[in-house]
Structure formats: C-alpha cells, structure tokens
Design a protein around this ligand. Structure first.
Ligand code: HEC
Length: 471
C-alpha cells in the first residue's frame, strides 16, 4: 500500500472517530494538492470563481493560502458555504454544507500552515454525468435588460413577467438563470393573482428602466396580505424540481414577479443583466398531487430599546410604523389570528431590545406529509424556528435557522418527507435584534425604529410556509 493511501485511511479513521485532527502531532498533515483542492472545488467554487458572486476566486492555491485565516473562521463557525438551516433542522436536499470530515481536513491543513504538497499527486476531478435536459415550457426575462444601481450596495428590483397562463397550470420545476453572475445575489419568484396585475403595472410605469425598486416583497400585496412565492435561487443552485408527482398549481391569468437582489460591490463598471426564469409544466393528463402551502405568520411588534415613546410621530412609536407600512392589514390581522394584542408586546420586558421574540401556532388541516419548508424575515431578524407539536413529548423541529441572513434565504426540501396529522400544531417563532443601528441597503446606518409588518427595509416579517401534500 502506498503511503498516501495509508495516510488517507488513518485520516478517515480519525475523522470518523471524531478526534480532532488539529491536535494530532504524529500524522502527516493534509496538503493542498492532496486533499484540500478537491474540497474547495466541490464546496466553494460554485461561487468563488472568476466572475462569480463571491468577492474573490478560490481557484488558485495562492488565494486559498492567503485567505486561510478567514477560511478557518468561516468554516469553524459554519458561515461558509452559506447555508441557513442549523444542525437541529431535518436533513435537507442539496445541502450546501461541509461534511465533518472535510471540515476537519480543512482545519488540519490550516493548522499545519497550509502545505501545498505535490501537484503531480492531484486526484482526478470527478466528472459530472451529463443529464439529458428537458425543455422548459416558458422562458421569461426582464425586458429591457436592467443595469443595477451602483449607488445602492444592495439593489432589490422587481420585474413583472407574463407567462400567459391561459388555464390553471401545474408548475413542476423552475430554473432561475442569472445574467450578470457577478452581481446577482439572490432571486425570488412571486406569483400574483390577475386582480393585482394592474397595480404591478402601475409600479413598473412609475420608475424609469425595467422594473421597480422593492425589498421584502413585490409591493403589490396591499389588500391580499401575503404574496405567493413559487421559488428561490441563490448562487450554487441550478434548478428546483418539486417532489415527485407534485406540483404548484397556478391559476389562469396569474402573472410572475421576479425579484432580483443585486449586490453591486463587485461592479466596477455598469453591467446589463438579463436574468431568466424557466418554468416547466406538468403534462395535461398528469395525475399530480397539489403541493399546498400552510402559511405561518406571527405578529411583528418590535420595539426600540428604552421606554416606549408616547408621541405618535416618534419613529419608535407603533403609529409611525403603521403610517408607512403597506401591510397594515397583516399587522393587525396577525393579532386576530394568534389571539394576541398589541399591548401584550408593548408591555413586555424587552431588555436592551436585542432578542425580541414573537410566535404563533396553527393547526394542520389534514393528514399528509410535510415536504419542505421556508421562512422569511428581513434584516433585523436573527433566528427563526418552525416546530411541529411544540411543548409536547413528540415535538419535532421542521426548521431551525440559528443565524438568519436575509441574503441567503431559500426554500428547503426534506430528504425524507415528515408525516403530519390533522390537528397537529405548527409553531413559527422569530427573534429580532433592534438594539442599535445596522447598515441599510444604501450603506447608510438604519437606526432602530418600531417595526411592524411591511415590505420595506424598515419593516419586518415573521413569515413561513410548510409545503404539504394531503392524503
Ligand atoms: C453559494 C455561494 C458560496 C459558496 C458555495 C461559498 N461561498 Fe464563500 N462567500 C460567498 C459570498 C457571496 C461571500 C461574500 C460575503 C457574503 O455575501 O456573505 C463569501 C465570502 C467568503 C469569505 C470572506 C469572509 C467573509 O465571511 O466575508 C471566505 C473566507 C469564504 N467565503 C470562504 C468560503 C469557503 C472556504 C467556501 C467553501 C467551503 C465558500 N466560501 C463557499 C459565497 C459563497
């Protein structure tokens, strides 16, 4: 047996045994060409590539060595690759996570001062098998192309697109293809009912260039509350197929709003973006189970630190938040739904305001399977959880995001569907930090102000959805 293989076996044994490689003095440390490069290629290069969304490429050994210290920090703290569900969440499909073994190898390599090893010993790159590609039924893009606004660090833009749904249609798969990969950070696809199309067109007309500025939602959900989300995209993902034999039913006449988050930090000169959305429909005679969404939401009443101001115009008074919110109905309606009162929140002891929690319980309507889950907050959110049958012996976490990051939100699909029964309880809880200023999308600090339901950067949401099929 050659030395490398023996070493590999020892390494695997140590990693599987859970011993820390960092402290093992006797074994040869991993090398860049031997073990590290394949890990970086498989887990980091979808974004850390020339022209990718990450601020630097990790394709060259020199760069990996140069940033080893921040890699250590990010890997130890599970910050990279970016993946929001924490270790208490159920196993998800397409997890962007380092295995414990790969993590140990990276850290051992950094602890050993990043030895390069022998480039002639590089293991062969695994070849991705070519999958036959089905053809999408609709491909849409913004028209004209959009040039992100460099004056904003984060430019959130909504584009109205008409997929010409002549009849009710099951969508079974979507793909979101960013045009300007350097700047497209994430994409959300909303579906709006026919009655909202006119107000979306009005928003579109009101601004020059393609689309309109939007943040937490498309801005057209005024009366109807929560806009429907079909899908998400973040760098490193290709497309999403809904679970086998299921689909999302879209009503005739509905239209699509594509929200693109541009992060302009890498943009040195103006770039035109044409981001595409491809939809795949079920054949007309397909026998599909409708993927349903159980919407979960909780009241959002987040105070500023210090005593609650009585002046109605004070930004920390609820009245001022309600003045500019476009979702006042949801702000008040959440209390009716959850059996709470605004006063419950105004009288709570919030300490320094850094961990203000809200939650609400819902009942599941029928027996079935939970297939996937998503939650949504804005930039003051710090953590969120969705729990099945909370405070009972068979409580089960459906989603646990211990460290929220608005820019890496997504929908998560379970590896194994989770059985649910009619009458089961579902609890969503969200926690926010409103203790001090945070950087806003235009780089200017956002001071704490009273936060309630709305779509703006100075509004918040505590919104979730469990994707279910009923039996
Ligand atoms: C899905 C895309 C994506 C993947 C995969 C990814 N990164 Fe990143 N990385 C980013 C982006 C974007 C940034 C810039 C900061 C941000 O937006 O969070 C970043 C920043 C970093 C930084 C700078 C420090 C920081 O936190 O800002 C380091 C170091 C890093 N990544 C290392 C890695 C390593 C190592 C891997 C693989 C194990 C990896 N990244 C995988 C997108 C990614």
């Amino acid at each position: 047996m050659n030395k490398k293989i023996v070493f590999g076996l020892i390494l695997a044994a140590i990693a599987l045994g859970g011993f820390s490689l960092v402290n093992s003095q006797t074994s040869t440390p991993p090398t860049y060409y031997g073990q590290v490069e394949p890990i970086i290629a498989a887990n980091c290069m979808s974004c850390h590539t020339t022209g990718g969304i990450a601020p630097f490429s990790l394709e060259k050994s020199e760069t990996v060595v140069r940033v080893a210290r921040s890699i250590k920090y990010d890997v130890e703290n599970n910050l990279m690759p970016p993946w929001l569900p924490g270790p208490d969440s159920p196993a998800m499909q397409d997890e962007r996570k380092l295995s414990p073994e790969d993590k140990a190898t990276l850290l051992a390599w950094i602890a050993a001062r990043t030895p390069l090893g022998d480039p002639s010993q590089r293991p062969p790159r695994p070849q991705q098998p070519e999958q036959p590609k089905p053809q999408p039924d609709r491909v849409m893009a913004m028209d004209p192309p959009y040039i992100p606004n460099k004056a904003l660090l984060d430019d959130y833009r909504c584009f109205l697109m008409d997929p010409q749904f002549k009849k009710d249609t099951y969508v079974t798969r979507y793909e979101l293809v960013p045009g300007a990969k350097k700047v497209v950070h994430h994409i959300l696809l909303f579906v709006i009912s026919p009655d909202l199309v006119a107000s979306a067109q009005e928003l579109d007309r009101a601004e020059t260039g393609a689309g309109w500025t939007c943040f937490g939602g498309p801005g057209v959900s005024v009366n109807n509350g929560i806009p429907g989300i079909i899908g998400f995209w973040a760098p490193g993902t290709s497309g999403t197929s809904f679970p086998k034999d299921t689909g999302r039913l879209i009503k005739a006449g509905s239209q699509i709003i594509m929200q693109v988050h541009y992060n302009t930090i890498n943009m040195t000169s103006p770039i035109e973006d044409i981001t595409k959305a491809a939809l795949y429909f079920a054949p007309e005679d397909a026998q599909l189970t409708q993927l349903r969404g159980q919407i979960l939401l909780a009241p959002v009443e987040i105070r500023c630190p210090g005593p609650y101001p009585t002046d109605a115009n004070d930004p920390c008074n609820r009245n001022s938040a309600m003045q500019h919110s476009m979702m006042r109905d949801v702000a008040d309606g959440a209390h009716l739904l959850c059996g709470t009162r605004v006063d419950d929140y105004l009288n709570k002891d919030i300490g320094d305001g850094a961990a203000q929690e809200t939650h609400c319980d819902f009942s599941i309507r029928g027996n079935g399977l939970a297939m996937g889950v998503v939650s949504h907050m804005h930039i003051r959110g710090i953590s969120t959880k969705i729990i099945l049958n909370p405070e009972t012996p068979n409580a089960k976490i459906l989603l646990d995001i211990p460290l929220w990051n608005f820019n890496w939100q997504g929908e998560f699909w379970y590896k194994e569907p989770i059985p649910v029964k009619a009458g089961d309880k579902l609890r969503i809880s969200c926690t926010y930090d409103n203790s001090g200023p945070i950087p806003g999308p235009d780089k200017k600090p956002l001071e704490p102000r009273y936060l309630t339901w709305g779509e703006g950067t100075t509004d918040e949401m505590c919104l979730g959805r469990v994707a279910l099929i009923y039996k």
